[in-house]
Design a protein around this ligand. Sequence first.
Ligand code: ADP
Ligand code: MG
Length: 245
Amino acid sequence: MIDVKHLSKSFGDHLVLDDISEHVSPGENVVIIGPSGSGKSTICNLVARFYDVNAGSVSVGGHDVREFTCESLLRNISMVFQTVYLFHDTVENNIKFGCPDATHEQVVAAAKAACCHDFISALPNGYDTVIGEGGSTLSGGEKQRISIARAMLKNAPIVILDEATASVDPENEHLIQQALSALTKGKTILTIAHRLATIQSADQILVVEDGRIVQRGTHDELMAQGGLYRRFIEIREQAEGWRLA
Ligand code: ADP
Ligand code: MG
């Protein structure tokens, strides 16, 4: 599904990714972890071809991403970022962005799956409410769920997630997780993960440090290896206030 081969990327004379290779099979759930600045987001951005590689290649479904038009590549990939940008437009149009031909019923179905329908229905003009106007400011968690509804509607086979570092309030966190599991069901998933639960449930974990993949495997395999992965998990356990069984 996704094939990264000997990928290197520099910004100016700064080598950010150095000889990264990875194969992600259809339906596989791959998690990337690593220190801030290690190159995690750059890997995801190269899969979506926000910029080009300096060496090596990225393919999606057997085709080099450079062979796709921007539109056809992005039809295959949904990205959900930590920071959500919504347009100064109605809720409906924000969800329909990228799928202008979607019907209202399809928009509502996506909003329901992404745990948005209830708060949208409570807005002054429901789905026709213009975001940011007339007191209709949305919380960070609500904006995040609208971005997930947008991705649900698009229904791309590949989902790339950049998980939030700081958890929002527990109620929102629960709804966001519920929305994300609906979005990623049956999809090929690449997640930059911070939460222990996400990391542990991965089919494969890539540990990135300083632009290289320094460890790869399942949670159990990597815990047994020790090294950066186990240190990272121990810090997360302290941060989240619980220990693994
Ligand atoms: P991570 O997601 O692991 O925190 P990033 O992939 O965002 O790391 O960044 C890796 C390195 O590449 C950082 O040193 C960052 O400053 C640099 N970098 C990322 N994007 C750009 C860019 N567009 N231009 C210049 N430098 C960049
Ligand atoms: Mg990042």
